[in-house]
Write a protein that binds this ligand. Structure first.
Ligand SMILES: [Cu+2]
Length: 234
């Protein structure tokens, strides 16, 4: 299931005017243009997206989940370790806290106006508030997190996972944060060798690629997310 979703996201991203490929080279983290975590567990599904904020530090976080209970508060964080192939959210370790804020301050009290000093890097809900689902069991949220990045060793979201918790802090659902890079049309053969096989129609669409357009990038990501949602609903 997870593999199918990833394949769909990949197909959607590459079929759109602006092409993204999954970043398979950890040394190219600074080139990552966006990231996504596909979330699964206990009937909950959806995704977290991470995109740069023009002219500002940090990343914009987008959340779209379904399968939740109406009115329940769900905390969510970046956890240190990746989710293993068996999907066990408990294996992801603790919250990402590269500055040791939790232990340094004795009593943990995340103040979103001083995120670096008072919040664990991974405490996304500490800055944004908990997720709350509507009557359909869906929760959506978009917020700017001023401290997370794609490139800095201490603040990067890459190589880590997302865990959504129940109100009692038990682990409900999780997924790995995967970086995507803009495909460089001038190095077609190289990037194709790193990526998954593509259908003929996707290859054909490359002639009208415009990687300069951020608008097109958003469209590509939206298309990818729509397909993910469709796949999950299906
Ligand atoms: Cu957590």
């Amino acid at each position: 299931m997870f593999k199918n979703i990833v394949a769909l996201v990949f197909a959607a991203a590459t079929a759109s005017a602006s092409l993204y490929v999954r970043d398979t080279d950890s040394s190219s983290a600074s080139k990552v243009a966006q990231a996504m975590a596909v979330i699964a567990g206990n009937g909950v599904s959806g995704n977290f997206t991470f995109v740069p904020i023009p002219g500002q530090a940090g990343l914009e976080v987008g959340i779209n989940l379904s399968g939740l209970k109406q009115g329940t508060q769900y905390p969510f964080h970046i956890h240190v370790s990746l989710v293993p192939a068996n999907g066990n959210c408990t294996a992801t370790g603790g919250h990402l806290d590269t500055y040791g804020v939790k232990t340094a301050n004795g009593t943990y009290n995340c103040d979103k106006t001083k995120p670096l000093a008072t919040c664990e890097i991974g405490d996304l809900a500490g800055i944004a508030g908990n997720l709350v689902a509507n009557a359909n069991g869906q929760a959506t949220m978009t917020f700017n997190n001023p401290v997370i990045t794609f490139g800095d060793n201490k603040t990067t979201v890459l190589g880590h996972s997302i865990v959504v918790h129940n109100p009692d802090n038990s682990r409900l659902a999780c997924g790995n944060i995967v970086g995507y890079v803009l495909k460089d049309p001038s190095s077609k053969s190289e990037s194709e060798s790193k990526s998954e096989p593509k259908s003929k129609s996707e290859s054909d669409s490359e002639s009208d690629t415009d990687t300069q357009s951020s608008g097109a990038s958003s469209v590509a990501m939206s298309a990818a997310l729509a397909l993910v949602a469709a796949a999950i609903a299906f």
